[in-house]
Write a protein that binds this ligand. Structure first.
Ligand SMILES: *Cc1c(COP(=O)(O)O)cnc(C)c1O
Length: 232
């Protein structure tokens, strides 16, 4: 487990260096540790080193971890995987953030199902900056309409945008996401979170203006292949 602590420190140091190179303050970039496929113990080790924000892709797997870790103070859970309608209730009841809102129906369900005793669920609209039709996310030109609809829902707090460009898309994809983010702000939307950048592409994301990076393998190590992981 001490590997996780060392990796976490390396990633934090790398974020600081990349922010310096981009004339930005390291305080502007939040690190979400993506713990999908790794157990509660791994999350606990990162928590022991001060990490509080964690990202999960699979709802059932995440709920089991939350249950196992309920004694740990201050954990903040981000749902970063594709979201199906039949999972919105569990997400609305147990997560703090959702990064993958890309249609109004999902947003309406999350708002309707968010328990009254919890603060509004923080959400990001996922944008598809590669434009390939098989990818999740709304096209940048459709982001404003969806963002306005989401912002109007009573139990959601629209905080910003999320993008996950293909590995071969290059820096241009991150710049496109940034341009979309700036355009929405210029339209008056009160958003300040731009979630982009993973283990392999943090540099391009941070120089394009990412305010939140979602980093998994650089902290927890390589994941087992998809077939052997719990995808529920
Ligand atoms: C798995 C995942 C990550 C983390 O990817 P790494 O390459 O392990 O850093 C980030 N974002 C999303 C949406 C993911 O599914």
């Amino acid at each position: 487990m001490s590997t996780i602590v060392a990796n976490l420190q390396d990633v934090q140091a790398r974020i600081a260096v990349l922010c310096g190179g981009a004339q930005r303050s390291a305080k502007e970039v939040t690190l979400v540790a993506v713990s999908k496929t790794f157990g509660a113990q791994a999350v606990g080790a990162a928590h022991g080193a001060g990490q509080r924000q964690f990202g999960e892709n699979y709802v059932q797997e995440a709920l089991a971890k939350m249950e196992a870790l309920q004694a740990l103070p201050g954990l903040v859970w981000h749902m970063i995987g594709p979201l199906q309608s039949n999972k919105t209730k569990d997400v609305a009841e147990h997560f703090d953030w959702v990064h993958t809102v890309d249609r109004i129906k999902i947003a309406q369900r999350l708002s309707g199902q968010r328990p009254v005793h919890l603060p509004p669920l923080r959400v990001l609209v996922q944008i598809n900056v590669d434009g390939s039709p098989t990818k999740a996310g709304v096209l940048p030109q459709d982001a404003l309409v969806l963002a306005r609809q989401v912002a109007a829902l009573p139990r959601l707090a629209l905080c910003g945008l999320m993008a996950m460009p293909d590995a071969n898309s290059g820096a241009g994809a991150f710049l496109k996401a940034r341009a979309c983010f700036d355009a929405l702000r210029a339209e008056g939307l009160a958003i300040d979170v731009l979630s982009m950048g993973m283990s392999a592409d943090m540099e391009a994301a941070i120089s394009a203006g990412s305010t939140l990076v979602r980093v998994g393998s650089a902290i927890f190590g390589a994941r087992a292949t998809q077939a052997s992981t719990n995808k529920t």
